[in-house]
Ligand binder design. Structure first.
Ligand code: GLC
Length: 472
């Protein structure tokens, strides 16, 4: 690994006695590292990472006799040195992947393959090495991930249905179903894959399925996940138990679900995409990564993207406070914490995944700010981070409402905290480099989307500026 590096381990904390699995290379954690390497012109490690993880994708994997779908990428892998067969004095390095079968809670890493596709596109764009995309194994790898995500199931919604803990939040946090983070990464990966798939006879069906899904997914999220003061007021006055094709309250949301905190919290200007939507259930928590990546990928419209950034500015003391950025807001407390997290002692209120603050999210905030031509938001957040992050030895996360403490069980020298900060700095110095991560909506999609909007009965009730709101 030292001769030819293929990744970065999650943390290298000299003060910690139990390393758990932080000595592994996590796919999601490597993304900001990979981007930092690309920005520095060090392309080889990223290429190595892409090709080695690709090999892991086709591993035979089982848990208690059950095999997950083909195409799954591992959450992480470890480099292990083993004696070379038949030669006692020599050793070789092998990779040990974890597809969730050893992870705490046995969580499925749904985000890994999606991030892999996003990194692959960034690598091609930044290094100019397009030969990687011509490789059959790479094309097959993209298609396997797509097939797994686009496979038919029982779903009524175009969003991906996943279990709890299938992304950055990899413990029970009540985000099973259709969490926003996965949907934003899914949308982003579909757009990136479409750009990279080589046109060939065999993939016409896949491309058709991909295009259909892009349209349906963006419609669903923009329309049903979006909330701002106006929409909240609409939900507050919802009629329930509507049976019919033209129901306004399609998911039978009971207005009493609107949490008291949200009524106070929603700013006059700004809005965001909610965390999850299920029958009779809206998770109103604000999840940072899902919202930021919806901006970056264009899953949110231009107006919505600006509104998300407006909200981050308006709620600065809640979301950024002493360290950017809260992973979600607000924390689950009391009985809700007991029931939803299963009384998880690591996810106590305002800690870790339960509204802790994660410095790595700085890089996604920066890309979103640059895309919307508002880099000053990111620059301000970087300034906040700089006040203590290096002195504190680059913790994995911070605790408390105002992010005043280093996280109770946070690792120090957490690689993606360092890489996230580096990427933010490098991109702010050269904003045009962010292009490798950004996707814009293409005219074909806009066209299909506007046809769908005009066919939607809900539109007929009239909403001012409906065109401007959705057609970007
Ligand atoms: C924790 C985080 C996860 C991260 C891993 C390695 O499990 O929740 O998002 O990938 O640590 O840093």
């Amino acid at each position: 690994m030292c001769i030819s590096p293929i990744g970065t381990i999650a943390a290298s904390d000299p003060t910690s006695s139990s390393v758990l699995n932080y000595d592994q290379v996590f796919i999601r954690d490597f993304i900001p590292s990979g981007i930092a390497f690309l920005l520095k012109g060090e392309y080889d490690i990223v290429r190595n990472f892409i090709l080695h993880t690709l090999q892991l994708q086709s591993w035979e994997k089982t848990m208690d006799c059950h095999s997950p779908g083909q195409g799954l990428m591992p959450a992480s892998f470890k480099v292990r040195t083993v004696p070379l067969d038949g030669d006692d004095s020599a050793t070789e390095e092998v990779l040990d992947p974890d597809f969730g079968e050893a992870a705490i809670g046995r969580v499925a890493p749904v985000d890994s393959g999606l991030w892999w596709i996003i990194l692959l596109r960034a690598y091609g764009k930044c290094s100019g090495d397009l030969s990687i995309l011509e490789r059959i194994d790479v094309q097959t790898g993209i298609k396997m991930i797509l097939r797994l995500c686009l496979a038919d199931g029982f779903d009524m919604f175009p969003t991906l249905l996943v279990t709890d803990g299938s992304c950055m939040i990899d413990r029970r946090m009540g985000i099973h179903g259709h969490p926003l983070e996965i949907q934003a990464l899914f949308y982003s990966a579909l757009l990136c894959a479409r750009e990279m798939l080589a046109p060939e006879d065999g993939s016409a069906d896949l491309i058709r399925a991909l295009n259909n899904r892009l349209v349906a997914l963006s419609f669903h999220i923009r329309e049903y996940y979006w909330i701002d003061l106006r929409k909240l007021n609409e939900i507050y006055r919802y009629k329930t138990e509507e049976y019919s094709y033209d129901a306004v309250n399609k998911f039978n949301i009971y207005p009493d679900q609107i949490s008291p905190w949200l009524v106070e919290w929603m700013p006059n200007q700004g809005g965001y995409l909610i965390g999850n939507l299920q029958p009779a259930h809206m998770d109103f928590r604000f999840f940072s990564l899902g919202n930021l990546w919806s901006v970056v990928s264009g899953l949110a419209t231009i107006d919505q993207s600006h509104a998300i950034l407006d909200l981050i500015e308006a709620k600065w003391t809640d979301l950024v406070a002493g360290m950017p950025l809260k992973i979600c807001y607000p924390a689950l407390e009391g009985q809700e914490w007991q029931i939803i997290t299963g009384s998880d002692p690591k996810n106590t209120p305002w800690s870790y995944h339960n509204a802790g603050s994660w410095p790595t999210l700085l890089w996604q905030l920066t890309v979103a700010g640059i895309k919307m031509n508002r880099p000053e938001i990111a620059a301000r957040a970087v300034e906040v981070a700089e006040r203590c992050i290096s002195r504190d030895k680059w913790p994995e996360y911070y605790d408390t409402k105002r992010a005043r403490f280093i996280g109770k069980q946070a690792r120090l020298f957490q690689t993606w905290s360092i890489a996230g900060y580096l990427v933010a700095k490098l991109l702010l110095a050269d904003p045009s480099a962010a292009k490798m991560l950004i996707t814009e909506e293409d005219p074909e999609l806009v066209n299909a989307f506007s046809c769908m909007i005009s066919a939607n009965p809900r539109r007929k009730r009239g909403r001012k500026n409906s065109k401007q709101t959705y057609i970007v």
